[in-house]
Design a protein around this ligand. Structure first.
Ligand code: SF4
Length: 339
C-alpha cells in the first residue's frame, strides 16, 4: 500500500514586492503560494499544472527548501525539512533532487559532462577514484540514452533534448527518493518532448522515486501523471486521480484548461471554454474565490467567501462552492458532457 513520502502543511510563500517589508506589511506582498497542504505518495507522479505565474515553480522550490517558506512545514520521510539546519539539509539533498526547465542555463558551460554528472557523486563521497567516477558517469549516461563518449564533451555540443538528458542523469545520480521536475520539456521541440517524458517515466518505474512534475499544459502530463493537482493564484483548486480529473473535472478552471488541451481521441468532441481576462496579479488576489473574476459560472457568494478544498468524489477534491453536492456546476455540465 502506498504511503506519503512527502507532506506539505500550511505552506505559504510571500515575496516582498520591492524593498524590505515589515511583518505587518507582509500580506501586501506577492502571495505566490498560499496555505497549501497535500501529500505526495511513495512511487507516484503528481503533476502540478497551471498557467504561468500561478506559483508552481515556487512551490517546487519550497518543497526542496531551495527557498524558505513564509509559513508552513515540509516533511520528507517523516523528517521536517523546514526545521533542519543548513548542514543537515545539505546532506538531505542526496534524497531530494531537481530537474530544471532550462537545460541550457542549468549546466555550467565550462565543465565537461563527466564533471557535471560526477560532481554530486564527489560531494557525497560515493566514488573513491577518478576511474570509479568515470564508470558511474558512463553508466548514468547509458541510463539516459546517451553514448558514454559524451562524458568528455561540453554542454554547448549537445541539443536541447540531449542537455535535458544530462540534467536528468545528474538528478538521478544519487538515487533520490523524490524529484521535482520544473517544466522539464517546455523549452524543447514538441517532437523531443515525448522522448524525454518517456525517459522520465521509464526511470521512475525502474528506480521507484516519487515525482512532482510541473507543467503549464494538461496535455503534457496526461501519460506520466498518477494524480493531477491544478493550481491557480497560489492555491490548489483541484487535486485527484488522473482518470477522474481528466474525465470528470469538477472545478471550472480545470474544465477550461482541459478544453484548451488537444483531445487525443478524435471521436470525442470538446467545446473550448474561453476564460475572460488575464490571470490577476498575485499581489492583488481577488476576494472570496480568487477565480471569480474569470469564472463563467460565478455567483455573488464567490466574491466574498473563499471555497475550501473538499472531497467531491472518492480520490478527488475541488475548491468550488458548486462542486458539491451537485457534482458538476450546472452551466458547465453541458460542456463537460461533450468533452
Ligand atoms: Fe467559480 Fe464560484 Fe466555483 Fe469559484 S467558487 S470556481 S467563482 S463557481
Amino acid at each position: 500500500m502506498m504511503n506519503a513520502i512527502l507532506r506539505a502543511e500550511g505552506l505559504s510563500k510571500v515575496f516582498s514586492d520591492g524593498g524590505m517589508l515589515s511583518f505587518k506589511q507582509e500580506s501586501s506582498g506577492v502571495r505566490a503560494v498560499d496555505d497549501l497542504s497535500f501529500e505526495i505518495l511513495r512511487g507516484e507522479t503528481l503533476a502540478l499544472v497551471g498557467e504561468s505565474g500561478c506559483g508552481k515553480s515556487t512551490l517546487g522550490r519550497l518543497l526542496l527548501r531551495l527557498i524558505e517558506p513564509t509559513d508552513g512545514r515540509v516533511f520528507f520521510e517523516g523528517t521536517e525539512l523546514t526545521a533542519l539546519s543548513h548542514e543537515k539539509m545539505r546532506s538531505m539533498r542526496r534524497n531530494v533532487q531537481m530537474i530544471f526547465q532550462d537545460p541550457y542555463g542549468s549546466l555550467s558551460p565550462r565543465r565537461s559532462i563527466a564533471e557535471i554528472i560526477g560532481e554530486p557523486l564527489d560531494a557525497f563521497g560515493l566514488v573513491r577514484s577518478k576511474r570509479e567516477r568515470r564508470e558511474r558517469v558512463a553508466d548514468l549516461l547509458t541510463q539516459v540514452g546517451l553514448p558514454t563518449s559524451a562524458m568528455d564533451r561540453y554542454p554547448r555540443q549537445f541539443s536541447g533534448g540531449q542537455r535535458q538528458r544530462i540534467g536528468i542523469a545528474r538528478a538521478i545520480s544519487l538515487n533520490p527518493g523524490f524529484i521535482v521536475a520544473d517544466e522539464p520539456v517546455s523549452a524543447l521541440d514538441v517532437s523531443v518532448q515525448a522522448q524525454i517524458i518517456n525517459l522520465m517515466q521509464d526511470l521512475q518505474e525502474t528506480k521507484g522515486f516519487s515525482f512532482l512534475f510541473i507543467a503549464h499544459d494538461l496535455a503534457v502530463v496526461r501519460h506520466i501523471a498518477d494524480r493531477v493537482a491544478v493550481m491557480y493564484l497560489g492555491r490548489i483548486v483541484e487535486i485527484g486521480d488522473k482518470r477522474k480529473v481528466y474525465s470528470a473535472p469538477q472545478h471550472p478552471y480545470t474544465q477550461a484548461l482541459l478544453s484548451a488541451a488537444p483531445e487525443p481521441d478524435p471521436d470525442r468532441k470538446s467545446r473550448r471554454i474561453v476564460l475572460e481576462g488575464d490571470v490577476p496579479s498575485p499581489s492583488r488576489i481577488p476576494s472570496g474565490c480568487s477565480f471569480h473574476t474569470r469564472c463563467p459560472i460565478a455567483k455573488d457568494i464567490c466574491k466574498v467567501e473563499r471555497p475550501a478544498l473538499k472531497e467531491v468524489a472518492s480520490g478527488q477534491m475541488a475548491a468550488c462552492h458548486f462542486a458539491a453536492p451537485n457534482p458538476i456546476p450546472p452551466r458547465v455540465r453541458e460542456v463537460v458532457a461533450e468533452f
